[in-house]
Design a protein around this ligand. Structure first.
Ligand code: ZN
Length: 211
């Protein structure tokens, strides 16, 4: 919980660079504190020189405290994602980026992520940090999703954002819900460019005219 008596640097009309000092800690870092058990999250700078607001890295209600930067210790196994990051699971089929909230240990590092449907519904998942890749809004915006239609066929050509298939395209049609179109077998057929994805779409619509 945030301390209502303590303004954030923004509220105080006070800004600082994104990193500070020799160790270059930044907001969202998970750290250890000298002489205190557990993991802690750096929540905000304070207007007081060298002082940070911290919260215990755990789920649910958390009590905010204030410490001096000399008490901060790097974690040897600090997770690679932090609060506010946009992430995808490292699978080529992943299309919906989530925003990272709390990050804490549950055996392994896990992150609470919030995703939103285009309709505005949102849901929270708990995800293994090892599976997450940080992406940018630009990357997500640039990933192509083309609607295609031919006769009774209505489909999508979707570009992968992460994994070894990043940048490649797969093709789906409503007549095979849950499956990507493939000329051989049932594995996804990844196309290196949009033209070859369109060829795959044409193959599908001309070979499945009875759908
Ligand atoms: Zn179809």
């Amino acid at each position: 919980m945030s301390d209502p008596t303590f303004p954030t640097p923004e509220e105080a009309g006070w800004t600082r660079p994104a990193t500070i000092g020799r160790d270059r800690f930044q907001v969202g870092d998970l750290v250890a504190l000298d002489g205190r058990p557990g993991d802690w999250e750096l929540m905000a700078y304070t207007p007081k020189p060298g002082r940070w607001q911290v919260e215990p890295a755990q789920s649910g209600e958390r009590d905010r405290d204030e410490v001096h930067m000399s008490e901060l210790r790097r974690l040897a196994d600090a997770p690679q994602v932090r609060r506010g990051d946009l992430v995808l699971q490292n699978y080529p089929e992943q299309q919906w980026a989530g925003e990272v909230g709390a990050v804490y240990r549950l055996g392994r590092w896990v992150a609470e992520t919030t995703r939103q449907t285009p309709g505005g519904r949102s849901w929270v998942s708990l995800e293994d940090v090892e599976r997450l890749v940080v992406v940018t809004r630009e990357q997500m915006k640039a990933a192509m999703c083309v609607e295609v239609q031919e006769g009774v066929h209505r489909g999508h050509i979707v570009q992968a954002v992460v994994s070894r298939h990043a940048g490649k395209f797969r093709v789906r049609c409503e007549c095979d819900p849950g499956l990507d179109i493939c000329r051989t077998g049932r594995q996804t057929e990844w196309c290196g460019n949009l033209a070859s994805a369109l060829e795959l779409w044409e193959w599908h619509t001309s070979n499945k005219s009875d759908a």
